[in-house]
Design a protein around this ligand. Sequence first.
Ligand code: F6R
Length: 617
Amino acid sequence: MCGIFGIVTNQNIKIGKIALESIKRLEYRGYDSCGIVSQHNNSLFVKKDAGKIDEINEYLKLDEFPNGSKLALAHTRWATHGPPTKINSHPHLDCTDKIAVIHNGILENFLELKEELLSKGHIFKSETDTEIIPHLIEEYLKQNKNLKEAIVSAIKRCEGAYGLAICHADYPNTIIACRKESPLIIGIDKGKTSYCASDIPAFLPYTKYCYILEDDELAILNAGSVEFFDIDNSDLPKQKKVQEINWNIDAAEKGGYQHFMLKEIYEEPSALRRTMKISPDSIKDFAIPLLTADHIYITAAGTSFHASLAGKFIITKFLGKYIEAIECSEFKTQLNNSLEENSIIIALSQSGETIDLIEPIRWAKKYKPSIKILSITNIVGSSITRYSDKVLVTQAGPEIGVAATKTFVTQILTLALVALEIAKLKNKDSQEEIQKYYEALQSVPDIIENFLEKNADLIKYIVSDLEKNLNFFFLARGASIATAKEGGLKLKEVACRFIEGYSAAHAKHGPISLVRDGYPIIFIAPPDETYERLLGNVMEFKARGGKIISLVIESDEKITNLSDITIRIPQPRDKYHNLFSSITFIPALQLLAYFAALEHNLDPDKPLNLAKTVTVH
Ligand code: F6R
């Protein structure tokens, strides 16, 4: 989704260069156009166009600002209202060319506001919803309001979601930022420079101190200082606590890897080791309400939904209760008449900002206030945490690649830790047995590390072989169906291949008709309780000429003997490790998608049309 960056300083620094580098660090969010406005001598200077930042920079020189300019706003746009064109790119200005606005979000009532403004003689240049904001502010400034008052009046008229950064040609040292449902963080280098951005990496090289702007708050940024207000009480400044960011920019840079996606796959062992250390007390707090809930739902989008499918298997094993997994965008439709008191919703989101998830959670809380929301996110202070009764934060570190990889495995691990806590609390399995599951879980990072060390070339070879075929699919049973689905999603996202992950048993009811001589099928085959039946499915596909590629553990024999190629996961053969196969088997499929993207000359970090944080419906 759109990326916002703003800087105001009293230092002699190259703000053009900083603004450009900062929006490049927001590229991962997904975008199709970009723009920059600088302010100098009571004028605004705008450069913008559709396309990639580097390409636009070649001819527009985005980083070259008038000498002495101390304030800039920069934006990456992910088109919603109006196609990606120069005119629709942000910033948008009012009729006087004095007010510039950059926006992330969607204004729902923009058509009626636009009509009102048109009738007052305003001239619009773009098809965007955003452009109504500078015109509305212009209108309120005409009523003798100052800039803050005019902005407050304007945004009170706006329905929908927004993260906004606004500047005015005649207010040389001021950026005004405000938000509702779209993230906005304020960075402060005290006494020198202030920043605002949709995400921390944008300003992380320059300061580690930040404030997280909440819904319906407004911030006035001056060079090196900031004041906060509630939109509904905008006369009185309010206090907010400064936070120190405890990761540095290296974590958000490629560190010698060709792509973030590859780096983040290789970071999975360390991300898992950190997540393993989530405080036992908070895991316990999260687990206890699940013991007495009458209904439990787990909900999320995309990769996080697949982590939910895998995690619910692990929790159900010890909890002994049915957990219903529902894609978040369908949650309200499905439960509109049946959500009951004493229910719990477990919500998973890497970003904590996915609007398709935030909406049903807000709805559920309003509809049945007694319902508890337990959420798992990778981002401290993200929107989802505000609607949650309990929060666990995965310790994956910043994930910049658009395709979720390390956050997927840390989400499942976090659910597995909750599952083992439930086992302890229920006291049904012996402590010795539970300890064995813990030990297996603790060995997961080593298994992945070992696998990644030895298998990249094999996966590259399989990719080059698979590329001879137009189609193939991933098949699995039980918990591994989540792995298969996630493998399919990764290939769609980064390699633009419509490859499906499917139930091996169900494949007999349709997809098997695709199989011809040499048609590849990748079976996900940990030796769990579904193994013998999966073996039967492998035979069915082999009998029809299918080329069998299987993901098995190192000591596997039966499915290996039926396979043309095996990918071998260095995992012991026992039920303890099997329970966590959705974590140990997925890196192979993530690597497969990564190399498939390279084979197609695609940049796996910047899939077409995709955004890392999806804040529109
Ligand atoms: C897949 C991917 C998306 C996200 C989905 C949910 O690689 O990145 O499918 O998983 O948009 O995002 P979060 O987890 O941030 O709610």
